[in-house]
Design a protein around this ligand. Structure first.
Ligand SMILES: NC(=O)c1ccc[n+]([C@@H]2O[C@H](COP(=O)([O-])OP(=O)(O)OC[C@H]3O[C@@H](n4cnc5c(N)ncnc54)[C@H](O)[C@@H]3O)[C@@H](O)[C@H]2O)c1
Length: 338
C-alpha cells in the first residue's frame, strides 16, 4: 500500500501534534481531521495543510485506510468500536476507557472484527527506556530488586480536562505501569496506593488527587515505587531508576532534568528544564506513529496491543481501589473473568 489516507479524530493538545507528524509522513497522502468541535478541526487542518471533515461521522465513511484517535479519554471506547465495526485499523491514545467494563467491551469489538488496535504508550519508543530494557534483560545490572518511577507534570492541566481524564492514576501513572511491565516482562501481583489533593480545589471537586504514590510488587518479588504529581514547578520530570545488585541505571537523567543538588558544589538547576510531554517525548511520539503506519502496511507487528493496555489499566484500577479503600489490593481481585 502506498499513499495511505488517515482519518484523524481529536484536534486538542496531543492531537495537534500527532496530526502534524502524520501529515508530514512520507507514507501518508492525506490526513482527514474530525473533532466534536468542528471549528477546532478546521483550524488544525488549515495550520498543518490537512483536510477537515465536515463531521466525526465523515471520518468513518470517507474511505480512509486507518483511524487515529486522540480525543478525550471518555470517547475512546466508542470511537475504537466504530473503527472496528468499519473494519479499520486504529491507533488510540491511552487509555482505552475510563473503566474496566468499557475497556473489555471495546476490546471484544476489536477482537470480533479482527482489526488492529495500537495503543499510545510512547515510552516504549523512547531511547532511554529502550536502553534500560536492554540493560535489565542483558543481566548487566545484576538482580534488579527495586524500580523507582517518577511522572511529574510541571503544571496542572486545565480544570475541564479532569472530569474526562480518569484521574491522575489512570491518566499519568498508567504510563509507568505499562513501561514497568514492558521493561521487566513481569506482571504486577499486588499494589498499595495513596493520593493527596493539596493544590487547586478543582481536583477535590472532581474526586481526583494532584499527587499520588503507588507501591507495586512484581511476580518475581521486585519492588516498584511510582509517584506522580501535577505540581512540579521545577519542570517536567519523567524518570525511571533501576537498582540492581551490580549497577544502577536511570532513564530521564540528563542536562534538562529539573533537579537542583543540595550538595555544596553539586549541579545547579538546569538552564532549560523539560517543560512538558510534547517536548520530552517528541522523538518517541514520532517513532510510535511511524510504527503505526508500518503496522497498517503490514511491514511491522503491532507494538502495543489493546490487551497490553488492558494490563496497564488493571494495575491503575487496582491502585484506585487501594487509594479509595486504603488497603493493599491483589491484582487477582480484578483479573477474574478478564
Ligand atoms: N501519550 C501521552 O503522553 C499523552 C499525553 C497527553 C494526552 N494523552 C491522551 O490524549 C487524549 C487527548 O488528550 P488532550 O490533552 O489532547 O485533550 P484535549 O482536551 O486537549 O483534546 C481533546 C479533543 O477531543 C475532542 N473530542 C472530545 N470528545 C470527542 C468525540 N466524541 N469525538 C470527536 N472529538 C472529541 C475535543 O473537542 C478536543 O478537541 C487523552 O486520552 C489523553 O489521555 C496522551
Amino acid at each position: 500500500m502506498t499513499g495511505m489516507r488517515i482519518g484523524f479524530l481529536g484536534a486538542g493538545r496531543i492531537g495537534s501534534f500527532h496530526a502534524a507528524v502524520l501529515a508530514g509522513h512520507d507514507g501518508v497522502d492525506e490526513v482527514l481531521i474530525g473533532d466534536a468541535d468542528g471549528a477546532r478541526a478546521a483550524g488544525l487542518a488549515e495550520r498543518i495543510g490537512a483536510r477537515a471533515a465536515g463531521s466525526v461521522d465523515e471520518v468513518f465513511t470517507a474511505g480512509v485506510d486507518a483511524v487515529v484517535i486522540a480525543t478525550a479519554t471518555a470517547s475512546h471506547a466508542e470511537l475504537i468500536t466504530r473503527a472496528a465495526r468499519a473494519g479499520l485499523p486504529a491507533y488510540c491514545e491511552k487509555p482505552i476507557a475510563l473503566d474496566l467494563a468499557g475497556t473489555l467491551a471495546a476490546l471484544r469489538e476489536v477482537e470480533a472484527a479482527g482489526t488492529m488496535l495500537q495503543m499510545g504508550f510512547q515510552r516504549r519508543f523512547d531511547a532511554g527506556y529502550l536502553a534500560a530494557r536492554e540493560a535489565l534483560r542483558s543481566g548487566r545490572l545484576g538482580r534488579v530488586h527495586t524500580i523507582r518511577a517518577v511522572t511529574s507534570d510541571a503544571a496542572p492541566p486545565p480544570p475541564e480536562f479532569l472530569p474526562h481524564s480518569g484521574g491522575l492514576i489512570r491518566d499519568c501513572l498508567v504510563h509507568d505501569f505499562d513501561v514497568v511491565r514492558w521493561l521487566t516482562g513481569r506482571e504486577v501481583t499486588e499494589v498499595f496506593a495513596t493520593g493527596a489533593a493539596g493544590g487547586a480545589a478543582f481536583f477535590r471537586a472532581a474526586g481526583d488527587v494532584d499527587t499520588a504514590a503507588a507501591l507495586l510488587t512484581l511476580d518475581d518479588g521486585t519492588l516498584v515505587t511510582a509517584t506522580a504529581t501535577r505540581y512540579n514547578g521545577a519542570g517536567y520530570d519523567v524518570r525511571l531508576e533501576l537498582a540492581g545488585e551490580r549497577d544502577q541505571l536511570v532513564v530521564g537523567l540528563d542536562d534538562r532534568t529539573p533537579f537542583t543538588s543540595a550538595e555544596p558544589g553539586g549541579p545547579g538547576a538546569p538552564r532549560r528544564p523539560w517543560t512538558g510531554f510534547l517536548e520530552r517525548f517528541d522523538a518517541a511520539y514520532r517513532a510510535e506513529l511511524a510504527a503505526f503506519v508500518d503496522a497498517v502496511r503490514g511491514v511491522r507487528p503491532n507494538p502495543c496491543s489493546g490487551r497490553e493496555a488492558l494490563h496497564a489499566l488493571l494495575v491503575a484500577e487496582a491502585c484506585e481501589r487501594s487509594r479509595l479503600e486504603r488497603r493493599p489490593v491483589a491484582l487477582a481481585e480484578l483479573t477474574a473473568g478478564v
